[in-house]
Design a protein around this ligand. Structure first.
Ligand SMILES: [Zn+2]
Length: 89
């Protein structure tokens, strides 16, 4: 049972060391309540469902020389499907 105790000790030391390395990282950021001062997220429009969403949350695709963002993989697939049958002129 000594190995187990050593394991726990190592684990506790590791945790202490980690919390010491990163003392106070603000962890409450996924609240949708007023994040003033953080507007580096650009809203883009999904060309398939016409919904606006933050660009970092979207799925990026390059179509030709155009950057397109989709709100979900489903929209991306749908968009590609509707545009695949038309050739590439
Ligand atoms: Zn969409």
């Amino acid at each position: 049972m000594r190995l187990l105790i050593i394991g726990i000790l190592v684990y506790l030391l590791y945790r202490a060391w980690k919390s010491w390395q990163h003392p106070s990282v603000p962890h409450s950021q996924n609240d949708s309540s007023e994040n003033a001062g953080q507007i580096d997220d650009i809203m883009v429009k999904d060309p398939f469902c016409n919904v606006y969403f933050p660009r970092s949350k979207g799925i990026h695709m390059q179509i030709g020389d155009r950057d397109v963002y989709f709100c979900s993989a489903k929209c991306r697939d749908g968009f590609l499907e509707t545009h695949s049958g038309q050739g590439n002129t």
